[in-house]
Design a protein around this ligand. Sequence first.
Ligand code: AMP
Length: 302
Amino acid sequence: MSLLVVGSVAFDAIQTPFHEAERVLGGAAMYFAVAASFFTRVNLVGVVGDDFTEKDADIFRRRRIDTKGLERAPGKTFFWAGKYSADFNDRTTLTTDLNVFATFNPKLPEAYRTTPYIFLANIDPTLQRSVLQQVSRRPKLVALDTMNYWIERTPAELRETLKHVQVLLINDTETRQLSSEHNLLRAAAKIRTMGPRTLVIKRGEFGALLVHNDSVFAIPGFPLDEVQDPTGAGDTFAGGFMGYLASAGRQDVATLRRAMVYGSVLGSFTCERFGPERLRMLTRSEINARARRFSKLTQFAL
Ligand code: AMP
């Protein structure tokens, strides 16, 4: 089944302990769409400026990504700059230039309005809600990502939007911030009273937790012998997770657990190269092979 994503398409400047890149393709919706397209058809809603060339748009071609919903506006594309700590576990935002994103008001093309699976990437919670108001058929599943910026500045709007969402994907720090609870399980229980019955808590290289009804599932991060750039790993995780769910067409616990593994597998590939470079050359058979290795990695007898 098809999957709709709304969010940022960006140019990023990235500094890691070993390397710097001044301008690579980025944005949550870009990473998400490319990852999810390995599993299902993706409808992309976002905005780019007039500095976004045909060559930049190449990443969406020859994939199952529909870009009718990718608006082109006069001005510059959203720009984000970030710097990683020596161990890659902390990231500081150096610059956020909203540019054309500042006046973005997502409009769903007619053909997107019945998309059964929806992912609201990290944008203003009011805009996330406006996307839901434009759908003409009740979606099968709505998932959302957010960040500290919205948790701090627009808490009431975020709470309202959460009421309409079944799955929340956020990182551990944001989980604690949103719930005002340090313990992640207590935090998850509190967040589940806000709307989403399923929580995916991303923990960077330490893996991810799935809290669904009364069950908890934990997976490690896939051990990598080379990490170049973790930018986009969270969005790629979300793309693998949601892409797999949309392709399966159901969300029972066993399917959700497999989706966690595909999310982690996709996220791990992103870290191996700068920006989306590893994703560009990734194949479905590499994904399947890593998922099998993942299964071996976590198997044990009692
Ligand atoms: P991740 O590493 O998964 O958190 O995603 C990083 C991506 O998010 C980068 O490619 C950025 O362009 C994008 N990004 C950073 N800040 C924002 C923001 N405030 N709103 C939307 N997208 C953002």
